[in-house]
Design a protein around this ligand. Structure first.
Ligand code: ADP
Ligand code: MG
Length: 325
């Protein structure tokens, strides 16, 4: 079973940022309103995620390290209307199989008499005992890839890994303005969002207050789609597409055509090779989107793509021309 988990880890856990993503999504699924990420050596030494979410019941903690032990799908139909971020039950077992994992968790608002302290090394549980009943869950991942030297070798620069981690935290912060995120890197605060639920404030936490002030609100809808968000004024263009965040029903996705529609909407106002800062949230009937294309769930297929692209383009043009007039 450890071998199967290690193989799965090869697919799901590519780098430290994949661990951060999976653990953050679990904290969000557990309805945390405050999440702190602490990393050392770009996550290779330590990744610690502390949340104030629902916690895990004592009898379920060890189970969470077993493959496909998700608590998030009650029947097959639900698979097609997935709303939580994780649902495959693969992340924790995969992470555990390639690291030293410590979980401290408790369900504060329940009759549980205690919380749980669990330690696993390379997927083998070495400790699983009652612990003080605190709020939420703390997952600590140490010495990632210590037992998969090939994977470790593939990690070339700590700086690049740190950039991947900041990127995923930024995207999730923009997708969840209702959650207060904090990133602490080697003991220093790197980023903090307010968690007020206001998207512009989340943008301020991620890109800075002065940037957030130069963003224009967009809002447009037709029978199939509802598009809202913020785009930057032309004076705030960037040299690459990294500052474009697309959310589908509140979830961060990657979709080439939507990106193109956003850039096109900016279009004539810009010089070639300049891109906006943008956060675009698309609300859509889940039946029109296929999020099961890839295990990391970022590539998404959408029906009526052409219609959506036009809607986005028009919404951005309208918002920017209002602003210029
Ligand atoms: P999935 O998220 O796909 O269900 P995971 O392997 O990521 O699978 O997690 C396994 C299970 O562990 C989850 O279904 C959830 O019940 C529990 N879990 C993991 N992290 C947390 C957390 N931070 N708070 C509460 N429950 C958690
Ligand atoms: Mg998960």
């Amino acid at each position: 079973d450890n071998l199967a988990n290690k193989i799965a880890a090869g697919e799901v856990i590519e780098r430290p940022a994949s661990v951060v993503k999976e653990l953050l999504e679990n904290a969000i699924d557990a309805k945390a309103s405050q999440i702190t990420v602490k990393i050392e050596e770009a996550g290779l030494k330590t990744i610690e995620i502390i949340d104030n979410g629902e916690g895990i019941a004592p009898e379920d903690v060890a189970l969470a390290l077993k493959r496909h032990a998700t608590s998030k799908i009650k029947d097959v139909d639900e698979l097609f209307r997935i709303r939580t971020l994780g649902f495959r039950g693969e992340a924790l077992p995969s992470i555990a199989s390639v690291s030293e994992l410590t979980i401290n968790t408790a369900r504060s608002q329940t009759a549980d008499v205690s919380g749980t302290h669990l330690v696993a090394k390379g997927g083998d549980i070495t400790q699983n005992e009652p612990a003080p009943k605190r709020v939420g869950t703390q997952v600590k991942v140490e010495n990632l890839f210590y037992n998969t030297p090939a994977r470790l070798k593939y990690i070339k620069s700590l700086q690049a890994e740190l950039a991947h981690i900041t990127d995923i935290i930024n995207r999730l912060s923009l997708a969840h303005p209702e959650v207060a995120f904090t990133l602490v890197n080697d003991g220093r605060d790197m980023m903090k969002t307010a968690g007020t639920g206001d998207l512009q404030q989340a943008i301020a936490g991620v890109y800075g207050i002065s940037t957030a002030k130069k963003m224009v609100e967009i809002s447009s809808a037709d029978l199939d789609f509802d598009v809202t968000g913020y785009v930057s004024l032309p004076e705030l263009t960037r040299a690459n597409r990294n500052y474009i965040t697309v959310l589908l029903n509140g979830r961060y996705i990657k979709n080439f055509l939507i990106n193109r529609a956003i850039v096109d909407g900016y279009g004539s106002k810009l010089m070639v090779g300049r891109f906006p800062i943008a956060v675009i949230d698309i609300k859509i009937d889940p039946f029109l989107a296929d999020v099961n294309v890839h295990p990391t769930k970022q590539e998404v297929r959408i029906s009526k793509e052409g219609e959506l692209m036009n809607l986005i383009k028009t919404a951005i043009r309208a918002a920017l021309s209002d602003e210029v007039l």
